[in-house]
Design a protein around this ligand. Structure first.
Ligand SMILES: CSC[C@H]1O[C@@H](n2cnc3c(O)ncnc32)[C@H](O)[C@@H]1O
Ligand SMILES: [Zn+2]
Length: 459
């Protein structure tokens, strides 16, 4: 191939690139490194990550970067940890507008008596537009670069994510009954498939199927979902085994535990993401492990709604991929993935009656590379590696309350929260700089949200 002389690279000259980020610590979460000696991902001291066209091109000691690369943009982040952006694998973004509306209730009372009536009254296209942007602002501010959503008006959530340049998996809802978004399963599937078509080439928005739960989706639509998702190779996300009531009620009505029913229908596959799984026995774990389906653990929602404890260590020991999600802000009540990964590490110890259960590295993996695996995008995101998207964040450890820093991984899991996130890049685009959102007009957003709050009020 003939390269024009003007474009030829002199091997001795520094290569011109889009951006260079140098930080005191770099945690790559490289998949191979995680399984290296002591299961400890390496912490690279004083390293630089170099990216061009939104993709990582090099990770090297900061002392070598000047001689190899040249860029108009070089961030020198002392006392910061550079790491992969967090992946929030389950939520209902627009529900941010219902935050604090119905607290201290168990799941079915919360849903039947508060949330579903409120959704019937308020949820429309405008609600989803403003609520989703509010959620995106919180997620970017606290370190999330990829989120998964399951809510009504998914075309609006997808558009808000696309417009604001955050990556998203948008699972369109399917239920047996009508809602403000559609008349029933046929219409949900029809609208969802056209949304899938719209984004099938996108590297930012991934459309998946969102059957709400086993107790709201009967066999006929479930079978249709299985057929269509297999044809397309699309992901499916479902709330599953969230409460003991769900499991007992299913056994009483169908003679089967919910996951057994779904297995018999043919839903279990590596394209399936099972959310919650807070009430499991060994037969459930075996079904998941054998199928290659993924689990999305939502520890804070499970605690708040008193749903149960997901046996994360047992699942990991069985070879199941466990990712992490916040669930919606009406059952959490925030979207801070640093808080979530701390909760995940702490609760696992009580659940397993073992302080060594879900150590800091495993918790961090759940919030990064395991999310990417659940999405089927582990070659694109979830760790900092050459050739992957530049989806990354820098966490500021300079505050007095972070001193001393012996082990940055311990700090990130046990003593950091989302407000310590100072920088965020998605596909190399700068979204957060010195803790300030760069692409969202928060003054305008807050005034829109205040208007909603004035109308909705807490009953
Ligand atoms: C089909 S759109 C999403 C639907 O799910 C409701 N929801 C929110 N959190 C939970 C949960 O923890 N379990 C079950 N359903 C949940 C949400 O309000 C929407 O109606
Ligand atoms: Zn949920």
């Amino acid at each position: 191939m003939n390269i024009p002389v003007s474009e030829q690279q002199d091997v001795n000259q520094p290569r011109k690139v889009e951006s260079i980020i140098s930080a005191s610590w770099v945690i790559t979460m490289n998949t191979n490194a995680i399984v290296s000696a002591n299961n400890q991902p390496p912490v690279l001291q004083n390293h630089s990550v170099v990216f061009d066209n939104g993709v990582i091109v090099d990770i090297l000691p900061a002392s070598e970067v000047q001689s190899r690369y040249i860029s108009n943009e070089h961030f020198q982040l002392d006392d910061h940890v550079l790491m992969p952006g967090l992946i929030n694998m389950h939520g209902h973004a627009a529900m941010n507008l219902f935050k604090g509306m119905a607290d201290d209730l168990p799941l079915m009372t919360w849903l039947n008596e508060h949330i579903w009536p409120a959704e019937a009254k308020w949820v429309n296209d405008e609600f989803v537009k403003d609520g989703t942007l509010l959620a995106i602002a919180e997620m970017i501010r606290t370190g999330t670069t990829f989120f998964s959503d399951m809510y009504f008006f998914p075309e609006t959530a997808a558009e808000v994510a696309r417009e604001h340049r955050i990556r998203a998996q948008v699972c369109f809802p399917i239920l047996d009954f009508p809602t403000n978004w559609g008349a029933g399963p046929e219409e949900y599937l029809h609208k969802g498939l056209s949304l899938y078509d719209q984004y099938k080439q996108s590297e930012w928005v991934y459309v998946g199927f969102g059957p709400h739960a086993p107790y709201t989706v009967s066999d006929e639509p479930m079978t249709e979902i299985i057929k269509l998702s297999n044809q397309l190779g699309a992901n499916v996300q479902i709330h599953l085994h969230e409460t003991a009531f769900e499991v007992h009620d299913a056994v009483e009505k169908t003679g089967k535990r919910p996951i057994q029913r779904l297995a018999d229908l043919g839903l279990l596959s590596p394209n399936l993401q099972c959310v919650h799984m807070a009430n499991l026995d060994q037969s459930d774990i075996d079904l998941i492990a054998d199928s290659g389906a993924h689990i999305v653990h939502c520890p804070e929602s499970n605690l708040k709604l008193a749903s149960g404890l997901c046996p994360v260590q047992k699942l990991l020991d069985s070879g199941v991929n466990v990712a992490l999600g916040t669930d919606g802000a009406a059952s959490n009540n925030n979207l801070d993935m640093f808080g979530e990964l701390q909760s995940a590490a702490l609760i696992a110890k009580v659940a397993a009656e073992n302080a060594a259960a879900v150590n800091a590295q495993q918790a961090l993996a759940m919030a990064t590379i395991n999310g990417a695996k659940a999405l089927g995008l582990q070659d694109q995101t979830g760790s900092l590696e050459v050739g992957k998207w530049a989806d990354m964040i820098a966490v500021d450890l300079s505050a007095v309350y972070h001193q001393p820093v012996y082990d940055v991984i311990s700090h990130l899991v046990y003593s950091t929260n989302g407000s310590d996130v100072a920088y965020s890049w998605i596909g190399g685009e700068l979204h957060l700089k010195e803790k300030q959102l760069q692409k969202i007009d928060t003054v305008h957003l807050k005034s829109r949200v205040k208007k909603w709050a004035g109308k909705i009020k807490r009953p």
